[in-house]
Design a protein around this ligand. Structure first.
Ligand SMILES: [Fe+2]
Length: 241
């Protein structure tokens, strides 16, 4: 099991004034012991913008960023576009688009940040940022008790990733065990609540702010909500081709 709490990761500045902690980075083939976890995604981070602060306008070359507003409110500015942001908003910022965030609220604007490289030969689908709150998408059910809310998938413009989800597990509910090989990425980040995550033969109590990579998991992994409150996970995956 690869498990990391965001506070165990060093703080850096991104986009001028987003205080971020990069939780997982991509494996480097030349340095397999370098600490990289992800196989298809460049990085996964948690960051925030303080009240009254704004990030530096920036365009990403060859990279697409996916943001999730974990708490707080603010603005996304991109050219003539201006989006009011609220908790639960997902944002895809395609490459080549200059954008910035501003926190006009009273609380920190907390963001989960995924960076995916544009794969060779792939043309980005989006030409301007896409903003949508995950609760606007329908909810489905899988693995017994996973209540699954899509944030984004390939049809929305993801490039390296296949799905970004919010998975909800109600109180005292288990999920069926299933396994993954190492030919994919699947990461579970505890957003709200907590649960017991069994990965292969390891067990951890997964608390808020903890990310767990479950690839490979043999014979499987299962997240169990052993508490009396619902839990919500920010989940992202790149499936085998
Ligand atoms: Fe899984």
């Amino acid at each position: 099991m690869d498990k990391r709490h965001w506070l165990d990761c060093p703080a850096t500045l991104s986009h001028g004034s987003i205080i971020q902690r990069v939780i997982f980075t991509r494996q480097v083939p030349q340095a397999p012991q370098g600490g990289g976890i992800l196989r298809f995604v460049e990085s996964f981070a948690r960051g925030y913008l303080e009240p009254g602060a704004a990030s530096t306008p920036q365009a990403n070359k060859g990279l697409q960023e996916i943001y999730f507003v974990a708490s707080g409110s603010g603005l996304l500015l991109a050219g003539k576009q201006k989006h009011n942001l609220r908790e639960g908003d997902g944002i895809i910022v395609p490459p080549g688009v200059e954008f910035s965030f501003a926190n006009d609220g009273a609380e920190p604007l907390e963001l989960l940040i995924l960076v995916e490289a544009v794969p060779k030969g792939v043309k980005p689908k989006l030409r301007r940022p896409l903003v949508r709150n995950f609760v606007e998408n329908g909810m489905g059910q899988g693995h017994w008790a996973h209540l699954v809310h899509k944030v984004f998938d390939r049809s929305d413009g993801l490039l390296a990733l296949h799905t970004v989800l919010i998975v909800r597990i109600e109180a005292m509910q288990p999920a069926d065990t299933h396994g993954h090989k190492s030919d994919m990425d699947e990461v579970w980040y505890m957003w709200r609540g907590q649960g017991v995550h069994v990965v292969s033969q390891e067990v951890c109590v997964q608390t808020p702010g903890t990310a767990v990579s479950v690839c490979p998991s043999d014979p499987g992994h299962s997240l169990i909500n052993h508490t009396s409150e619902p839990l919500q996970v920010f989940y992202f995956a790149r499936h085998p081709q």
